[in-house]
Design a protein around this ligand. Sequence first.
Ligand code: GSH
Length: 231
Amino acid sequence: MTMALTLYDLAGADPDRRFSPYCWRIRLALAHKKLPVETIPWRFTDKDVIAFSGQGRVPVLVDADEALAGSWEIANYLEQKYPDRSLFDGPVGVALTRLVESWTDSLLLPGLVPLILGDVFAHLHEKDRAYFRASREQRLGMTLEAACADRDKKVIGFRQSLEPLRATLKMQAFLGGEEPNYADYIVFGGFMWARSTSPFKLLETDDPVAPWRDRLLERFEVARMAPGYDT
Ligand SMILES: N[C@@H](CCC(=O)N[C@@H](CS)C(=O)NCC(=O)O)C(=O)O
């Protein structure tokens, strides 16, 4: 029998509003493997709560006496420890999924920042607000408001940046092929970040990326039922 796993998962003022794109990767990976998990709502300033993991970011997964941090490390740990219902379909899949992760982390998520970061801020717990504003404004080199100005114009470039995803999804149902796998969850995690925080419409209605997003929502109740905006 599988012991219950525990996941520290980023939450907003509403403890049920879970919005980290990296935590979503792991929640979906766990759902894919049908592994039961207890999720603990974690706020940015709760650094002491996850200090046992040796760092200050989520996701953090606890499995019996093991603590793991970092979505890639956690996904690979789950794959090795619980090999049923593979997330990668073998070592070639692991290797290729690194490209999907790099693309998502270096292009997709940064492209979402000016579209949704103001909405993310609006959903934060009061105790996180000053920390979030100061740390993000230092990173961005400007205020949140300046970074998120003109999003109606910026969304055009964001949509163009999805072309590799769009071209792939015109040919197949999921990045994993006929069934979704961890590559899908990496990218979809970005869309869950937006869905859980922002009413802003990211995709045009006829965009082939939209039905892929819907297929994943349909497949995963944990994502479909999570507090968010149906855009
Ligand atoms: N590369 C890490 C990134 C994790 C990460 O940046 N998590 C954010 C939440 S989305 C975090 O915990 N940030 C803490 C902070 O900014 O202080 C992963 O893949 O897990």
